[in-house]
Write a protein that binds this ligand. Sequence first.
Ligand code: AMP
Ligand code: MG
Length: 351
Amino acid sequence: MNTKLWAVDKENPIKHSYPQIKQAADLLEQGEVVAFPTETVYGLGANALSDQAVLKIFEAKGRPSDNPLIVHITKQEQLTGLVDNLTQTAHKLMDAFWPGPLTLVLPKKEGVSQYVTAGLDTLAVRMPDHPVARALMEVSGLPLAAPSANLSGKPSPTTAAHVAEDLTDKIAGIVDGGATGVGLESTVVDCTTEIPVILRPGGVTKEQLEGVVGKVDVDPALLTESSTSKPKSPGMKYTHYAPVAPVFLVEGSQQFLEETIIKAQNEGKKVGFLATEETILKAAGIKELTSIACGTQADLTTVAARLYDALRAFNSTDVDIIFSETFSKTGMGTAIMNRLEKAAGHKVIKE
Ligand code: AMP
Ligand code: MG
């Protein structure tokens, strides 16, 4: 398949890039799969109402069929065809955080494709806040099922180039609207219970959610490494976000970080170092270290925005092993550490 590439103006795509948006929307209407930017990561979209179109997403990504997809909408009215019995809490969360990086798991209506939900009786829905994603949905008139536009297991894409790396010739097209904003996927919250439960940490923090609805629980499976607790979000059980070289999280002081790196170098390994600008600067004395910076400690949203690009960038180096700085699990740090732990397969070296 010849993958089309459209460059669009992110600021006002319908006004400034209508022909490109229309071509992409037409392909979606024809049941094809098209990648597009959202404010979290690039999504791989297909008509959520068509079984055939949705199946093409799983095929292109190599995604396990038991991992359900998030349906993207532009207007709350679209919910009527998709979900039922919304709680007060669900309404409060929509009003506060939509459009934005929050996905709600809601009781699904009859008729929604069983492939989208992987056979579950709930549906995950989000209203993205990205002009290009919204323009595609407005012009096509379709709700779009869209997981992240990467091959399964790879880091999620935050640029059109990342998508092209993984999916060229496998999908109908890529809409290039520049780098995404948040850089990590949406927060997934189960709203089918009285107290909402975070199934995946992401762009909206627990603290922000609690500011709107009071108590919010966290899926216990997120708090342990043990495989005994089964995550309620099927996708959370898969390894993810991993570069080719093994990643180890290093928990401890700057001195311990540096000793860990030097020890591996002395064993003959080529070492990669994933850390903030500040930490890399402090370790500048270490020779032959391949350091890739992901943002600044002063603002963890910059770490979120840079993380996946940094993880992918190690694949163009010749490192044998990657050591990563760690972050405290509060605010945006929770989602960053969740992705880093998955990239590392939970391998942690503690001081
Ligand atoms: P991705 O689209 O790649 O960002 O992944 C979507 C995430 O949402 C995965 O972790 C899915 O398992 C999760 N998800 C989607 N639908 C549901 C649902 N109905 N119930 C629980 N988790 C879901
Ligand atoms: Mg994904």
